[in-house]
Design a protein around this ligand. Structure first.
Ligand code: PAF
Length: 285
């Protein structure tokens, strides 16, 4: 596996791959890799197989601009040696590990902002977060120049926003959505799970139970209001769960819905101690 640590090196290697006619899929991550990330690499590999071959590049970059002043940038888990071993084991071709100083040069003043999608929902809870995400993903796309890139459905608002961004800015990258990987008890895999206390870890699968209940009601045609009430009731039964938001939105563009006549997505944000967990489920009425 090639290890690329600087942006000039990334550009030079990309030129070589282009000369060889190789297609490239980018798997953008912030490291602390778990099986959910490795499923993104597997999806990238499958897509390349359908296209006749190419290279999978995983980027590992804990992007400071998507963390707010009181968020967990310093405590975000980092495990470079472990990440490289996992990526080697799944046959990733290259890993791109840029430095903060390389990505954000002094005097930088250009950002990418996806207006409404970036301010709603998690954007309200984390002001500036999606501006940081959209900016770094655009920079990674410019540096790696992938043909496709994978994003997990777990971060559903991020996925929707990146899809919108590539259309709006005519970025020639195919976005591949990958379903959420779950622990056997239903908890969505996340790098943040490592920071849960044992008690909070035991309580956290309540998110998946609440989603199951809400989605079942939507599928039965019980309506959005009833599904929301049932989700709240399920979460409230778990005293460790501090509910930050429960939203049911149009699954395509995250607009508000009063009734579930089209596919909807249920989006949850719940704190356990100081760890904010999110989860989602698409439900077809
Ligand atoms: O989903 C993530 O890990 C990050 O938001 C991403 C897409 C790598 C951008 O920093």
């Amino acid at each position: 596996m090639q290890i690329i640590r600087s942006t000039p090196e990334m550009r030079a290697i990309r030129q070589d791959w282009r000369r060889d006619g190789d297609k490239v899929v980018l798997v953008p991550t912030m490291g602390a890799l778990h099986d959910g990330h490795l499923s993104l690499v597997a999806r990238a590999r499958d897509w390349l197989r359908e296209q006749g071959g190419g290279r999978v590049v995983t980027s590992i970059f804990v992007n400071p601009t998507q963390f707010g002043p009181n968020e967990d940038l310093d405590r975000y888990p980092r495990d470079e040696a472990g990440d490289l071993a996992k990526l080697t084991a799944v046959g990733c071709d290259a890993v791109f590990l840029p430095q903060v100083a390389d990505m954000y040069r002094p005097g930088a003043q250009t950002h990418v902002e996806v207006a409404s999608l970036g301010r709603m929902l998690m954007g309200r809870l984390r002001p500036g977060h999606f501006r940081g995400v959209a900016t770094v993903v655009t920079k990674l796309f410019n540096l790696v120049q992938p043909d496709a890139a994978t994003f997990g459905e777990k971060d559903y608002q991020q996925l929707t926003l990146i899809r919108r961004m590539v259309v709006d800015l005519d970025i020639p990258v195919t976005i591949l959505a990958v379903p959420t990987m779950r622990e056997p008890d239903g908890l969505a895999m996340s790098s943040r799970n490592q920071r849960l206390t044992p008690e909070d870890r035991a309580a956290a699968p309540v998110l998946a139970r609440a989603l199951d209940r809400g989605a079942a009601l939507i599928v039965q045609g019980a309506g959005v209001a009833r599904a929301r009430r049932a989700i709240r009731e399920t979460l409230r039964a778990e005293p460790r769960a501090d509910i930050r938001s429960i939203d049911i939105r149009n699954a395509d563009d995250l607009s508000r819905v009063t009734d579930a006549t089209r596919p909807v997505v249920i989006l949850l944000a719940v704190r356990f101690g100081d760890v904010l967990l999110i989860d989602q489920r698409v439900a077809h009425p």
